[in-house]
Ligand binder design. Structure first.
Ligand SMILES: [Zn+2]
Length: 118
């Protein structure tokens, strides 16, 4: 017996022909991934600025703006695609980055740019 799942994009039932199938068809997968790419591009500049120009970013509440942007996306997703996950679980996201070799290895991920409080 085939277990029925919902397409992550359109919500229509799909019969998973293979483990982990998340979309009913290529157009749904493309729509989902195009939205991720567009949102990722929006995050890129904000996140880089946040990391590289911390004092200015802090004065401008960039972290708060990033969180507002994410909340806006979640609100849109809840309205347009209710009941369907629109982001990857943390473990899957990290696994994909590690598998692609995109995630640097090591313990230190950034250099301190300001003196630490004693
Ligand atoms: Zn679909």
């Amino acid at each position: 017996m085939t277990k029925l799942h919902k397409c992550q994009e359109c919500g229509n039932p799909i019969s998973a022909r293979r483990a982990g199938q998340e979309f009913c068809a290529a157009p749904c997968r493309q729509t989902f991934n195009n939205r991720r790419m567009q949102r990722g591009a929006e995050l890129y500049d904000l996140f880089r600025a946040l990391r590289r120009e911390r004092s200015t970013a802090s004065e401008m509440n960039l972290w708060t703006q990033l969180c507002r942007l994410e909340l806006q996306w979640q609100t849109e997703d809840d309205q347009q695609r209710p009941g369907r996950r629109s982001y990857m679980p943390p473990q899957k996201a990290l696994t994909i980055l590690k598998d692609k070799g995109s995630l640097p290895r090591g313990e230190v991920l950034c250099k301190a740019t300001r003196p630490r409080a004693a």
